[in-house]
Design a protein around this ligand. Structure first.
Ligand code: ATP
Ligand code: MG
Length: 439
């Protein structure tokens, strides 16, 4: 369907209950409660966005957002457990214990001159509080799949932008002119890649076409939003697909410039293999409901940048330990400017890197200190990702596996091996802590 038709004159298509698979059983009872209350009080109200999309593809939505004709203050008046949040985008949150139902008032994507909607000269949205009709609300959303409205009046799905057909064809398509929509909010470029990865959708050609050229706009996005988007992209079980999407559409060099440059310069592909292996492990952990940490994630994502910086410092004859510390700091500072990686994550991230060079240690005192380190587990998992990619670390892995169970035995086995080695090759240099190498 040509895109301009969808936005210039949205035409409503109603998909009746017997032609879609959304049942009230799949919807959070609290979201239904809020919907019924809003309707009883005479307001228009729908389930909208990611929840409708995910239910249509048979997924389990993680949150249930509502759209309504009621203003945030009207919503607050109806629910005791409600607070109004946000400045750029005022929203009502109805709170049920740990579940929050987000209720947004229908918004328009037009400038009515009131100052409630402000754009920056590049077309970026700064404030977005002009209320509108449900049609207005549909076309200001990002993708057609995200602009479907489910109503409890007759349990139909209401579609103003061709989203139902796109979901059925598994296509992710921006509403309106793609370039304009990316300029309004460059984070939509990352959302395109993330949602395509998560849903297994194809990005429509016109939606994908501007990505390469507009990638540099990401530098203007708020660092805190980029950080949040990174967590969603890489810690929701679709990290490998998201990473490949970023590469394919030229977004990686805008989001993680130093890592992208290091990957491009690494001809053997070893750095990329570590990263992909690590992300694969992260996806497996999410699938198994095991915890995943932003520190480990960023240690992976910035590992290429760290290795490359480290190698250039070592080439300048900076002493190994000093070079490691300086490389870690340099990469962190550069990346902090672009993505506001909080200190509570960047400090452990650096520890994971710095510990990589200590897996060659075999002295009793150092071994016990290493195992007692709060970051040992993460650093060891990181070594496993490096091993899966290059097979260079088998001896260290065997040693530290044993050392966690019985350090003395691990040391005894290791020195027996060393003695054998030395008997066979007497001039072999003794083991020393090694600098981290690529891979
Ligand atoms: P997720 O599965 O990550 O929750 P989602 O689509 O629900 O995906 P949210 O960030 O929860 O993403 O946003 C809810 C809805 O708000 C979206 O489905 C979309 O309709 C709208 N939306 C979110 N971000 C934007 C944006 N940057 N521009 C336009 N509309 C947006
Ligand atoms: Mg959502």
């Amino acid at each position: 369907m040509p895109n301009d038709i969808t936005t210039d004159s949205p035409v409503l298509r109603v998909i009746p209950r017997d032609q879609h698979c959304i049942s009230r059983k799949g919807i959070s009872p609290n979201a239904l409660r809020v919907l019924y209350r809003l309707r009883e009080c005479g307001h228009d109200a729908y389930l909208v966005g990611g929840a409708v999309r995910d239910l249509l593809v048979g997924g389990n939505p993680k949150d249930f957002d509502l759209a309504t004709s009621a203003t945030p203050d009207e919503v607050r008046a109806l629910f005791r457990n409600c607070r109004v949040i946000g400045r750029r985008f005022r929203l009502a949150h109805v709170v049920f214990g740990r579940e929050i139902i987000e209720v947004a008032t229908f918004r328009a994507n037009v400038d009515d001159g009131s100052g409630d909607r402000q754009t920056h000269e590049g077309g970026r949205l700064l404030r977005d509080n002009v209320y509108g009709s449900v049609e207005d609300d549909a076309i200001r959303r990002d993708f057609t799949a995200n602009a479907l409205y489910y109503t409890i009046d007759d349990f139909s799905v209401r579609d103003y932008v061709g989203g139902f057909e796109d979901v059925q064809n598994r296509v992710l398509r921006l509403i309106g002119d793609p370039e304009t929509r990316y300029r309004e909010d460059p984070v939509r470029m990352l959302r395109a890649v993330r949602l395509a990865a998560k849903l297994g959708f194809r990005i429509d050609d016109a939606t994908a076409a501007p990505l390469h050229a507009l990638a540099p706009l990401l530098a203007e996005a708020a660092p805190a939003r980029l950080f949040e988007e990174c967590l969603k992209m890489f810690l929701s079980g679709h990290a490998v697909a998201s990473f490949e999407g970023l590469e394919r559409h030229g977004l990686l060099r805008a989001l993680l410039p130093e890592s992208a440059a290091a990957l491009a310069a690494n001809r053997s592909g070893a750095l990329r293999r570590v990263l992909i292996e690590g992300l694969r492990g992260t996806d497996a952990r999410v699938a198994a409901d095991e915890p995943v940490s932003p520190s480990f994630l960023f240690a992976l994502l910035l590992w290429p940048a760290y290795c490359r910086t480290l190698m250039s410092l070592q080439a300048q004859d900076v002493h190994a330990a000093d070079a490691q510390r300086r490389a870690a700091d340099r990469v962190t500072v550069h990346q902090l400017e672009a993505i506001a990686l909080p200190r509570r994550f960047s400090v452990p991230m650096q520890e994971i890197w710095l510990m990589q060079s200590r897996f060659g240690q075999r002295q009793r005192k150092r071994v016990t200190r290493m195992i007692a380190h709060p970051r040992f587990r993460a650093a060891f998992d990181f070594l496993l990702a490096r091993q899966a990619a290059s097979d260079d670390h088998a001896e260290d892995i065997a040693f530290w596996r044993e050392a966690q169970l019985d350090p003395d035995n691990a040391i005894a086995i290791s020195s027996a091996f060393e003695a054998d080695d030395e008997a066979a090759a007497p001039r072999r240099r003794r083991r020393r802590p090694r600098p981290a190498q690529a891979g």
